[in-house]
Design a protein around this ligand. Structure first.
Ligand code: COI
Length: 358
């Protein structure tokens, strides 16, 4: 291992208090976290420490001006018990793309991966065994300079926290086409996984919830006609025999699950298109009885079936989820690649390295 990461284990693990049958998303955190500081132009203080609170200045630049980025990843266990990541280097690449857009330092890929392996190896007992559950991994980096003024911070903190999770959406989701607010415009920060994008989604999402929907489906910022994504995931439509997803255009998050799904679909010979998706095309397809499935993709959500899509006054009710053959196949495939039941022909699985063996 290249970097010297010092490990300070907890005195008493909390693991025995956790009920893996009751792990709502994002509420339970494992014993340890990785922590590093960017000071004087380099990453230093590399350590694994007990999960816990931080001391932050009230004038921390991230709190005021939003230099904060994150990733969402998962570790799961194969049926033989081997803990694994799925495409971890791609998450490192996306984190660094977000960092560049937000004028933040990049994290060397080998540091990102070593920290991940050492942390998850230490807390591998926290990976829930059930298919569909996982150890969710949240790398996050934020500004640490203490001052006021819209400036690029010189210092940063990089943390990786983890926690066992069940499904993000335990039920099929109801989506509302957002016709007033926008998530991102081309030229903005929509492609960066930065905190502000999620903050901006809260008010419209609350309005959707008030109307009985789970989330909004974002339209393009110029014409409100072209589908972008959902607040928490990318989106796919099965219209007739075609599977269509909006092409990433600089405003849409380049989902890693989205990318995996495209690879799987193409390898299986599905007719799949990445392009502009006009909302009228979706409506027409629905009216002709050809809109068979809509599903979202994301690390947290994996594959989330959509049961309803509301556009203006029209509520499009999708066929029962048991008929969403593509989404069912894809979920099985992703779960199978993770569990080892489906051959990892893409080479996406990376077993967690045991620190004692390196
Ligand atoms: C993820 O899918 O991992 C995300 O970061 C999305 C967030 C809504 C949980």
């Amino acid at each position: 291992m290249k970097y010297n990461i010092s490990t300070h284990p907890v005195e008493t693990s909390r693991l025995s208090t956790i009920d893996f049958d009751n792990i709502p998303f994002g509420q339970t955190f494992s014993d340890h976290m990785f922590s590093a500081d960017f000071i004087n132009g380099e990453w230093t203080n590399l350590q694994i420490v007990p999960f816990g609170d931080l001391a932050i200045s009230p004038v921390n630049l991230a709190l005021h001006y939003g230099q904060s980025i994150f990733e969402g990843m998962k570790a799961t266990k194969k049926l033989d018990g081997t803990p694994c990541f799925l495409r971890p280097a791609m998450h490192s690449d996306r984190m660094n793309a977000s960092a560049e857009r937000m004028c933040m330092p990049t994290i060397p890929e080998d540091l990102f991966l070593q920290a991940l392996h050492e942390l998850v190896d230490l807390d591998k007992g926290w990976i829930p065994p059930a298919v569909g559950s996982a150890l969710y991994i949240r790398p996050v980096m934020f500004a640490m300079d203490a001052m006021l003024g819209v400036k690029v911070s010189k210092t940063y903190k990089f943390l990786i926290v983890t926690g066992p999770v069940g499904p993000y959406y335990p039920k099929p989701v109801k989506l509302l086409v957002e016709d007033t607010y926008v998530r991102a415009a081309v030229g903005g920060v929509g492609e960066a996984k930065t905190a502000g994008n999620y903050a901006a989604s809260l008010y419209p999402a609350n309005r959707a919830i008030e109307q009985g929907y789970d989330q909004v489906m974002w339209m393009d910022a110029k014409e409100f006609k072209y589908v972008q994504e959902v607040g928490t995931m990318n989106i796919f439509f099965v219209m007739g025999n075609k599977i269509v997803t909006p092409a990433t255009d600089g405003a849409i998050l380049k989902g890693i699950t989205r990318n995996s799904i495209l690879h799987i679909l193409k390898a299986k010979g599905y007719d799949v298109e990445e392009r502009l998706v006009h909302i009228d095309e979706v409506v027409e397809s629905y009216k002709k009885g050809e809109l068979k499935e809509i599903f979202g993709t994301g690390t947290a959500a994996v594959i989330a079936n959509v049961s309803h899509l509301k556009y203006g006054d029209l509520v499009m009710e999708l066929p029962p989820v048991s008929e969403h053959k593509t989404a069912i196949m894809l979920k099985k495939e992703i779960d199978g690649i993770r569990s080892g039941e489906v051959e990892d022909t893409f080479g996406w699985i990376e077993p967690v390295k045991s620190v004692v063996n390196v």
